[in-house]
Design a protein around this ligand. Structure first.
Ligand SMILES: [Zn+2]
Length: 305
């Protein structure tokens, strides 16, 4: 996610905003992405895992600790922010790819995805138009990863973006907007009196409530995923998963919000937290299962389609 999300301004204003705005909260935060990476790794076929390890071993970007899938799942946020205070080419080219602003009042995935632009022939997905959404990028990078004609450099990029974007796609506020930049413009106060934006609250505060060790939380979540849930979650396409995230945002993230107080802040109660934590738990599980599904399909020749 990004604090500079939303309607675009004239170039000069955008440049000023870019310099003044605080660094974005990283979607799901580091912990959320790591949890999803660990869950996905659990469900990989040996063939897919071998290919992923070989590809990630070639990452010399220095943007992550690069100790495997969990740490590389944060690469796309770091790549986006790596020149945010400089030339901002990476930032401007990739920032829209982390979410899809489906409007609460008039949900329209096609419109939120800039009309679903197609890549021009021969253009790698990592060089695709800046105005594109997370749904298209997950589809494009999955296809590149499965295509033997993809160059090795682009294959690594496709994997790095995919490891991150499947996670972002499951953060409900990455798939919904209420003219508040996906909750970035709303201030909330948790039952423990912790202040954050609504977006940050879902990115990090609720994830931390599950526990402070990515490995420990991931293992508990894996242990509670049934075979039936895995089958259910393995159906559909990224566009369906985005709409599922949207519905959770509509019913829980926004739907359960109390009225704002006199200073415009939303004082969340324990009932809000309980419903939100349940939603976060299942979204992290779904993201891990679906990330493994896409990686297995792309990197295991005989994997079911
Ligand atoms: Zn992100």
């Amino acid at each position: 996610m990004t604090a500079a999300r939303g309607p675009r301004f004239a170039a000069s204003i955008a440049a000023a905003v870019l310099l003044l705005s605080p660094l974005p909260s990283s979607a799901w935060g580091r912990e959320g992405h790591e949890i999803i990476g660990i869950i996905a790794a659990h469900y990989l076929t040996p063939a897919a895992r071998g290919r992923i390890d070989a590809l990630l071993g070639a990452d010399r970007s220095g943007l992550t600790r690069n100790t495997g899938i969990a740490s590389e799942s944060t690469w796309a946020d770091r790549y986006r922010d790596s020149d945010r205070r400089g030339g901002a080419i990476r930032y401007r080219r990739t920032r829209e790819w982390h979410y899809v602003d489906i409007e609460l009042a008039a949900p329209d995935l096609g419109m939120a995805c800039f009309g679903r632009p197609r890549l021009a022939p021969g253009v790698p997905a990592s060089k695709g138009p800046a105005d594109d959404c997370i749904v298209d990028k997950v589809d494009e990078f999955s296809a590149e990863l499965a295509d033997p004609a993809t160059t090795r450099a682009e294959r690594l990029r496709a994997l790095q973006f995919l490891l991150h974007f499947v996670g972002d796609l499951h953060q409900p506020l990455h798939c919904a907007d209420d003219h508040d930049r996906g909750g970035n413009d709303r201030r909330v106060l948790s039952p423990a009196r912790r202040a954050a934006s609504l977006h940050q609250y879902w990115d990090t505060v609720l994830v931390e409530a599950l526990g402070r060790s990515s490995g420990g939380v991931a293992n508990r979540l894996i242990a509670s995923i049934s075979a039936r849930q895995r089958r259910q979650w393995s159906s559909g396409a990224p566009a369906d998963w985005a709409m599922q995230s949207f519905r959770i945002a509509r019913s829980v993230a926004y739907g359960d919000l109390p009225a704002a107080d006199g200073s415009g802040r939303y004082r969340l109660d324990r009932r809000y937290d309980a419903a939100a934590i349940n939603a976060v738990r299942v979204q992290l599980q779904r993201a891990g299962v679906r990330l493994a599904l896409l990686l297995n399909r792309a990197l295991t020749p005989q994997a079911p389609r």
